[in-house]
Design a protein around this ligand. Structure first.
Ligand code: F6R
Length: 243
């Protein structure tokens, strides 16, 4: 793993925005895997302001988000689709059909998971997968467990994960869905390159376990040790427990 430390999360976001735009200009048909949550907010802010200021060609880019809450979709407050529209898609010239998320409102969730896997494969696979990490070591919504799912699946969210997401639901834990559709471990590991961002001390134990600990289903991010092109971008807080 290639570990990079930054003094401040804004410097991390700026660096990753620069690299993403460089990758886009080298390959206008780039396939990007994208996270939601608190961590990438600064990255999306940077990407949209640079896209508005200069020429960034999003017209052929395809994106696939990691996950979506079951029961939620476009127009629903709290859905990851709404988050992505507000944070990025509404501000750049991406083709709506090229901006993919699993459909949390699909009538047949198993069929929707299979469709999502096919869509990623049809796009030629993910070139760069950007990830956040849960304080419990999850990536996507692959939660710590005795076993992990390979492909896009219906994930049961742990209580601490739901609590961490309550801010997007007016602070009401009971409003946070109990299930999500999430890329699986093989979906994520299939990306040609992975960039994991982590900020804040509350992520430091998961980050240290991911980098220095054993590979275990109890800390799903530890499987990234097996990928040959992983960059981990950390602010001071997240790097606090590293040797
Ligand atoms: C979000 C996702 C999650 C988050 C993780 C960290 O699409 O897949 O794995 O990256 O829960 O969330 P934040 O950034 O809110 O701390």
């Amino acid at each position: 793993m290639n570990i990079e430390r930054f003094d401040h999360e804004d410097a991390l976001a700026t660096t990753l925005a620069t690299r993403t735009i460089e990758a886009l200009s080298l390959n206008p048909r780039l396939v990007l895997g994208l996270p939601t949550g608190r961590t990438p907010v600064a990255l999306y802010r940077e990407l949209r302001s640079r896209s508005q200021r200069g020429h960034v060609d999003w017209s052929q880019v395809r994106t696939f988000n990691l996950d979506e809450f079951v029961g939620l979709g476009a127009g629903d407050a709290g859905s990851y689709r709404s988050y992505m529209q507000a944070e990025l898609f509404d501000h750049v010239r991406i083709e709506p059909l090229n901006a993919g998320l699993p459909d949390g409102r699909a009538a047949n969730l198993a069929a929707e998971c299979a469709r999502y896997e096919r869509a990623i494969a049809l796009a030629g696979g993910i070139d760069i997968q950007i990830l956040g990490i849960g304080a419990n070591g999850h990536i996507g919504f692959n939660e710590p467990a005795d076993s992990l799912a390979a492909e896009t699946h219906v994930a049961v969210l742990q209580q601490d994960t739901r609590a961490a997401n309550a801010g997007w639901f007016g602070g009401h834990l009971s409003a946070v869905p109990t299930h999500a559709l999430s890329m699986g471990m093989a979906t994520i590991m299939g990306a040609r390159e992975i960039v994991l961002m982590a900020t804040g001390e509350e992520k430091s134990a998961a980050v240290a376990g991911m980098i220095d600990g054993p590979i275990t289903t109890r800390l799903p991010a530890s499987f990234l040790q097996l990928h040959s092109r992983v960059t981990v971008m950390l602010d001071r807080g997240a790097a606090l427990r590293l040797a």
